[in-house]
Ligand binder design. Sequence first.
Ligand SMILES: NC(=O)c1ccc[n+]([C@@H]2O[C@H](COP(=O)([O-])OP(=O)(O)OC[C@H]3O[C@@H](n4cnc5c(N)ncnc54)[C@H](OP(=O)(O)O)[C@@H]3O)[C@@H](O)[C@H]2O)c1
Length: 274
Amino acid sequence: MDKIGFVGYGSMGSMIINKILSSNIIAPEDMVVSTRSPNKLSKLEKEYPEIEIALDNLSLAEKCQRIFLFVGTGEVGGVIEEIKPKISEDTHIIYISAGLTIEIVESKFKGKITKVIPSLTSKVGEGVSLVCHNKKVTIGDVDFVWAVFRSLGSVKTIEEEDLEVATDLTSCAPAFIAQIFKEFSSAASNKSNLSQEDAEEMVIKTLYGTVKLICEGNMGFDEVVSRVATKGGITEEGIKVIQNRTPALFDELFKVTSQKNKNCKQILNKEWLN
Ligand SMILES: NC(=O)c1ccc[n+]([C@@H]2O[C@H](COP(=O)([O-])OP(=O)(O)OC[C@H]3O[C@@H](n4cnc5c(N)ncnc54)[C@H](OP(=O)(O)O)[C@@H]3O)[C@@H](O)[C@H]2O)c1
């Protein structure tokens, strides 16, 4: 009853499980994994023969007091129903589906619940995993979750009411950042003889250097701006455009993501209550 269970070996599940294994946070012999298409586990089984592969979610739940659910948002409820006969209020369920509130999961399961929002950047050991817990989670559980997700980058505990905005800044942001810099490169390419590829290469290398200046050179955003944009210079003109135009863009971005979150929650609420 003291193994740690992992249900779902898709995009996020495989990334997180492999990060946990490569960082030795949990020993493979302490892990049980189950997923809908077991053929996807063959590489994992070969690399880590000590990992137990469960035939189904119920037999996994029988052996585990901590269970990670890495299945799709629409599948979390079904898995909880399926494992219910083998879990108790002492079971700790850790799930990663942004749209599912802890309150709604509590309507099916009365035990310990943690919600984690990981980020694709964890693939390279960077970025922030956002974490929030329900009231039943103990300090020991909090430490366990922190240690596991620390192997994927930084961990930030947050109130669930701020989770949506924070998710935009961490989990959604790799896509937002990539799109912004693609547009920057396209505009440069349209205004010059530079190919899109050349423009993207320059922007990516500059982006990487800027992040290094901020993180390793201990510069804040304002310092980077003031060091580059000298008074009366060319960069300052570009900065003024960004200052004038982007607040409205980001207000709109948070507005539409918030509305989408509301719509998703309404649909999920209906599904869970039926
Ligand atoms: N992708 C991201 O960047 C990201 C970021 C943060 C959070 N999330 C959240 O992470 C969750 C998983 O996303 P994902 O992108 O990893 O999805 P995914 O690639 O579809 O992975 C889901 C996995 O769960 C398996 N599965 C489904 N139902 C199951 C069941 N009843 N029992 C056992 N296994 C089952 C699937 O099996 P099959 O292989 O047979 O389909 C699949 O391997 C979602 O809720 C998503 O919102 C994703």
